[in-house]
Design a binder for this molecule. Structure first.
Ligand code: LLP
Length: 420
């Protein structure tokens, strides 16, 4: 049993939909990212069902996986996008995404990024500080435009997730403290080149329960009441992203379970007219991908057994950065005794590991699939140690599409120049 339903064993070989991973490794080599198109569709379906009959806009948090093929699938299914840079905006425009369904998040927006987003006509800027508000107002005024804004407030709730991906606590760099929000909204209302549209928060990532969202929601609804008494109308409430996925044995809240409770509370507070915006990243793509890698060497020392593979921390940073757990599946499981292995890469860092203490029966040359590698995987990859980034493949039934070829070694330094 694997954690991701579109990656299953048939005749003792792990497949992506109808394609054996052994075939993909042979044709496209390793390390290799392999995605399932149906998994993207199914993940989207969970949000579509949750949003049905309700005023909800789902904006894919595309930092999780920004390949054009991936974002184009979501665009076609009706998704908007949560962007955090001018680069991500350019990707949305490159696939013909509707800027009117784009929200622009992030704590450090630069002038050129604001200009590009205003020119494109994004739905909203999620503003994270007073200094940013002033800059945006100036940039919009210079362009003779009015910028649509939400303030990202920090509701000071604990999302019960890893500290590096928990963003709603007081000590976080993100957002505006909720107590200060009324004053900052008042300031925004006084700036003629801004138009207040909404209220925004994002409390963290890989959240598995509804409770932290509902705690945040209560605080945000109180704030909306307070703002109404100041004459400030909020049209949409953006609850950010954060719904978790199953990496091992988690059973995360579903979009429908969450939205049912959110809409109950909105109704109870007579705020049913609000549009709800969501910015899911991981839950739309995380279990739609695997990282396929080949065992180069087995190495045994007194304390440990190592399987040295051809993927590394530059390809998948999550294990070493967050001590994240990714399931590891042999693509063709062997009979025989299992031993405990650390799965490590070739990079010259002790932190270069992908999984630790896994019970496996493996031999040199075997293929392993690092599971749940559709989110924050390729998008966080680097070329450290002058390693070309892997190819990305999208499987659709029995069809195979190369959605990004493997980088060539030459391309990694072709723009560099020795000094004269
Ligand atoms: N909206 C905002 C403002 C965000 O900062 C994020 C993620 C999202 C939406 C999407 O959150 P999601 O639905 O994916 O949880 N690299 C880390 C995760 C970092 C999340 C950053 N912000 C990881 O690999 O676990």
């Amino acid at each position: 049993m694997t954690v991701a339903p579109h990656f299953a064993f048939k005749n003792n070989v792990l497949h992506a939909e109808d394609v054996p991973l052994t075939q993909l490794a042979k044709e496209h080599h390793t390390p290799l990212y392999v995605y399932s198109r149906q998994a993207l569709r199914d993940a989207w379906e969970a949000y579509r069902v949750a949003a049905e009959g309700r005023n909800v806009l789902v904006c894919f948090g595309m930092k999780a996986n920004s390949n054009l093929a991936v974002i184009n699938e979501f665009k076609k299914m009706g998704s908007g996008f949560d962007i955090v840079s001018g680069g991500e905006l350019a990707r949305v425009l490159a696939v013909g995404g509707d800027p009117g369904k784009v929200v622009f998040s992030g704590v450090g927006k630069q002038v050129w990024e604001m200009q590009a987003a205003l020119k494109a006509g994004v739905k909203c800027f999620n503003v994270e500080s007073e200094a940013e508000l002033d800059r945006l107002s100036q940039v919009a005024a210079d362009m003779g435009q009015v910028a649509p804004v939400s303030l990202r407030v920090n509701p000071d709730v604990d999302a019960h997730t890893h500290p590096y991906i928990s963003t709603g606590l007081k000590e976080s760099k993100f957002g505006i403290p909720i107590e200060r929000a009324p004053q900052v909204y008042q300031h925004a209302a006084s700036l003629p080149s801004l138009r207040i549209e909404g209220l925004d928060c994002h409390i963290g990532s890989q959240i598995t329960e509804a409770a932290p969202y509902l705690d945040a929601l209560e605080k945000l609804l109180d704030l909306i009441d307070q703002l109404a008494s100041q004459g400030i109308t909020i049209k949409h409430l953006d609850l950010g992203g954060g719904i978790g996925i199953r990496y091992t044995n988690e059973t995360p809240v579903t979009p429908k379970e969450l939205l049912d409770q959110v809409f109950d509370r909105l109704a109870a507070r007579k705020l049913g007219h609000l549009q709800i915006v969501l910015e899911p990243g991981r839950s739309l793509v995380g279990n739609a991908g695997v990282l396929l890698t080949e065992v180069q060497y087995l190495k045994h020392n007194e304390a440990k057994n190592f399987a040295v593979v051809d993927a590394a921390m530059n390809d998948l940073l999550r294990p070493t950065l967050y001590e994240a757990w990714h399931d590891v599946e042999p693509v063709q499981p062997r009979a025989g005794d299992k031993q405990s292995y650390d799965i490590v890469g070739p990079i010259c860092e002790s932190g270069d590991w992908l999984a630790r203490d896994r019970q496996l029966a493996v031999e040199q040359g075997d293929l392993l699939a690092i599971m749940s590698a559709g989110a924050y995987a390729f998008s966080m990859a680097s070329q450290y140690n002058t390693r070309p980034r892997p190819a990305e493949i999208m499987v659709d039934g029995s069809e195979v599409h190369v959605i990004r070829p493997r980088e060539s070694v030459d391309s990694l330094f072709s723009s560099e120049k020795p000094l004269p």
